[in-house]
Design a protein around this ligand. Structure first.
Ligand code: FUC
Length: 819
């Protein structure tokens, strides 16, 4: 009954009205207490901080991007080469389980299974006498990248602000009291590292130092240094051996600098002491205001590029945790836009040029042994982190990932050669800061060779978005190396004569027919990735006018890859044989790689595969781990079903524990696998973009998957391939009313829209015809599907669209309005 009245109350207060959106903030009426997932993340790509907002015992849990266990190392298993023919034969003979046993022995590493991303430690601030407080409030302002806590004690208002400065490379905490002399606190550190020292210096700096852990037989070699300095206005600072104390101050600024000896994956000869001191001295010479303003400017440079409004309701006035509790039962469109922009905030804060890519937890981890080592799982998770990068106009932030791929193309050469006797480069399903490329965990998971192939596609995609030929020339050897590995690794299937990856797998899933073994030859995802690796290398070589003979051989091989199969249940087959179980709800749906992020499966070009992909997704079901649901939002967007995509968003934006199948969101809007994994945040941000705009399948498709609940709104700043920026897009009643597209490099703009459009000048548009002449929109036609005679294929329902060709010139903005 109470629930009924509550829902009634919510229904009455829901007056959906468009208004200027409020400042985008996560905010709460309670401190985090002991729960890390209540704390609010700040970061500058190099340093991460989790701000608890606790009143008496404040904690800022700290991370540094290069603070990993171990040191430079390799983990290839040289026995692989000799065992390869036998493993292949066993798989071709249908003895997958035996093949898996042999692969566990000869292919899975006998060395490191990957190193761990480790926390630095906690900065603890203690405020004696603040036990009885009132007017408590804390927030994370994602328009300025500043966390704030305020409360009142004995008539004094206290404020703390925390930021991780982009330009100054330090974390800064500003504390103020609104009555003079009332600020007093102690500052100390708690570190979990075994090798550590915490001490104060004569000049009252609080320093911490240590070395990361040995792990999996690799000696810990990352030395870190942290220096904390406090400057006060009024009052004074005193130091004991391991802590600083502030008393009688009006205000104080805490500067935290952290550095390590890490230079790159192969070099730990840096001077952490000199680096930490140089960042600190530079920053501490500036006032808080002199740090705050450039920080906001640097942050906004990225953040402000995308504006997004779906309207607002009064529910937006509630604290974030309450909105999360309500979301799936009410209409709170502003929580969608907040969550979307929060995904962008998290990428800006955890991935900056020159730094490490966002790992499984971005840059936020408080555990010495985090789940899955908080490393890079490259059979989906690390790629998903970067799906929003180009789409949501944060291309520069793709750089750390692209750099990692470049480094894998170096370390992965030896793996290709020693383990498989192949040229080129490869990686298995995981890597870490040392760019290890061996096979880890166990053959069931690790016997997957496509980590290099898939990650290499991010370089090609980056080119497709910007069209920079010099960049293409630079990365071409990496694409070519990935393709060369496939050229050497593929073998002829004895029965079908197709060229197949063997041994391979469809990540982390196994059909019952294979006695629980995941190993197989010619899995659908392996074929799709090989197709993309060949296609992108061929196209790059054509553009660069080189390597004709090589690309001819790739064309020949590409023709011999297995076509996609539609099986007896009308599903897209996950394996070459028709062994899928329609009741399989596995979180990985790897064979839909061809639908997203790739665009081999299309509503217009491959209707049978499109229908089969939809059936597969219906079989797999919705609720799953966070990242799996994030991927599903993208897939349903590609399937042009906005309502289904929105249903996934509702499941994802539910408090942790709402569904026993997993997934959900923590109070700080971190995605729950569970545990916390950031990929679900990024996957969902990408998916929401895909619901509103897709640049794939030969055109820029506007509003391809608008759910009924978002009938009016606007978004500006999305990027499309070929250098187009959708500067602004407005819609009402599900119809586009105004669209502005900036062409950065010229070329034909092929627009697909849900309603007919004309130019802003009133001139009509030309209907599109034939192939899109814009080379960035060239589509690679896949082979016709092989259909099971038992397959009952429904005809996909695809909404009517209008397709136009608009020749554009570089630098011009084109305006379109509803016809
Ligand atoms: C893969 C997934 C798990 C998890 C892990 C980090 O192994 O199957 O769900 O996301 O990566």
């Amino acid at each position: 009954m109470r629930k009924f009245f509550y829902l009634l109350f919510l229904a009455v207060t829901i007056t959906s009205y468009a208004q200027t959106p409020r400042v985008q903030k996560l905010w709460y009426n309670q401190p985090s207490g002991k729960v890390w997932e209540n704390a609010l993340p700040v970061g500058n790509g190099r340093l991460g901080g989790m701000v608890y907002g606790n009143v008496v015992n404040e904690t800022i849990q700290l991370n540094e991007h290069t603070l990993w266990s171990g040191g430079p190392n390799r983990n290839d298993n040289p026995e692989a080469l000799a065992a390869l023919p036998e493993i292949r034969k066993l798989i071709f003979d249908g003895k997958q389980k035996e093949a898996e046993k042999l692969a566990n022995k000869a292919i899975i590493t006998k060395k490191s299974h990957g190193q761990m991303f480790q926390p630095l430690g906690d900065l603890r601030l203690t405020f004696p006498g603040h036990d009885s407080y009132t007017n408590y409030y804390r927030e994370l302002d994602i328009e300025r990248a500043v966390a704030k806590t305020t409360y009142e004690v004995d008539g004094v208002n206290y404020t703390r602000e925390v930021l991780a400065s982009f330009p100054d490379r330090v974390i800064v905490i500003r504390l103020t009291a609104d009555k003079p002399g009332k600020l007093a606190f102690g500052a100390s550190y708690a570190l979990l590292h075994k090798t550590k020292s915490i001490k104060t210096t004569a000049s009252k700096d609080l320093t911490i130092a240590g070395t990361t852990q040995d792990h999996e037989g690799v000696k810990g070699q990352v030395r870190f240094k942290g220096i904390t300095r406090i400057q006060t206005e009024g009052g004074n600072v005193t130091a004991n051996d391991t802590a600083l104390n502030v008393s009688g101050a009006n205000a104080a600024t805490i500067y935290i600098s952290i550095a390590t000896n890490f230079k790159n994956y192969n070099d730990v000869s840096g001077d952490e002491n000199a680096l930490a001191a140089s960042y600190l001295d530079k920053a501490a010479s500036k006032s808080y205001a002199a740090i705050l303003n450039p920080h906001i400017v640097a942050y906004k440079k990225y953040f402000k590029r995308v504006k997004f409004d779906l309207g607002a309701t009064d529910l937006g006035k509630l604290p974030t945790d309450e909105r999360l509790k309500n979301f799936r039962n009410v209409n709170d469109p502003e929580l969608v836009t907040l969550y979307y922009q929060y995904g962008r905030y998290l990428l800006i804060s955890s991935s900056q040029p020159g730094g490490q890519p966002a790992n499984l937890q971005g840059i936020w981890n408080n555990k010495m042994m985090p789940p899955w080592d908080s490393k890079y799982t490259i059979n989906i998770n690390a790629q998903m982190n970067y799906w929003p990068a180009e789409r949501t106009n944060l291309s520069e932030l793709h750089e750390p990932f692209l750099k990692m791929v470049e480094e894998l193309s170096e370390t992965g050469k030896e793996t290709a050669k020693t383990m498989y006797g192949a040229r080129g480069w490869m990686a298995h399903h995981n890597t870490d800061i040392w760019r290890a490329t061996g096979a880890i965990d166990g053959a069931f998971w690790g016997m997957w060779i496509a980590g290099g192939g898939w990650t290499s596609q991010h370089l090609w995609q980056h080119y497709l978005y910007h069209g920079d030929k010099a960049y293409l020339a630079k990365i071409y050897p990496i694409l070519k190396g990935a393709a060369t590995f496939y050229a050497d690794f593929l073998v002829e299937h004895p029965k079908y004569k197709w060229l197949v990856v063997n041994p391979g797998s469809s990540p982390e899933n196994a059909p019952a027919a294979h006695e629980g073994s995941s190993l197989d030859a010619g899995t659908t995802m392996d074929n799709q990735i090989a197709f993309d690796v060949f296609s992108s290398t061929i196209r790059a070589a054509e553009i660069l006018k080189k390597d004709d003979a090589f690309t001819d051989s790739l064309r020949q091989m590409r023709k011999r890859l297995p076509p996609m199969h539609v099986g007896q249940h009308g599903q897209l087959q996950e394996w070459l044989d028709d062994v899928d179980d329609p009741n399989d709800h596995h979180r990985h749906v790897s064979h839909l790689y061809g639908l997203f992020p790739s665009d081999q499966i299309s509503a217009y070009r491959t209707p049978e595969l499109f229908s089969a992909a939809r059936t597969t997704l219906l079989h797999r079901g919705d609720v799953s781990t966070g990242w799996s649901m994030g991927w599903k939002v993208n897939w349903w967007a590609r399937l042009q079903d906005g309502n289904h995509a929105f249903a996934l968003i509702k499941s994802q934006l539910s408090p942790l524990g709402t569904s026993k199948e997993g997934g959900g969101t923590y109070n700080n809007l971190f995605d729950a696998h569970p545990p916390f994994q950031i990929d679900g945040n990024f996957g969902c941000t990408s998916g929401i973009t895909e619901m509103l705009m897709q640049s794939a399948d030969g055109s820029v498709h506007l509003l391809p998957a608008l759910p009924d609940v978002w009938q009016a709104g606007n978004i500006g700043g999305l990027l499309a391939q070929g250098g187009f920026e959708v500067v602004n897009m407005e819609w009402k009643s599900g119809k586009l009313t105004k669209v502005e597209v900036k062409s950065k490099i010229g070329g034909n703009l092929r627009l697909r829209a849900p309603n007919s459009l004309k130019l802003g000048s009133g001139k009509s548009l030309s209907e599109a015809s034939g192939q899109n002449s814009n080379a960035f929109y060239q589509v690679e036609q896949v082979a016709s599907a092989v259909l099971s005679p038992k397959a009952n294929l429904g005809v996909p329902s695809v909404k009517q669209t209008f397709l136009y060709d608009i020749p554009t010139q570089a630098g011009k903005v084109y305006v379109f309005v509803n016809q």
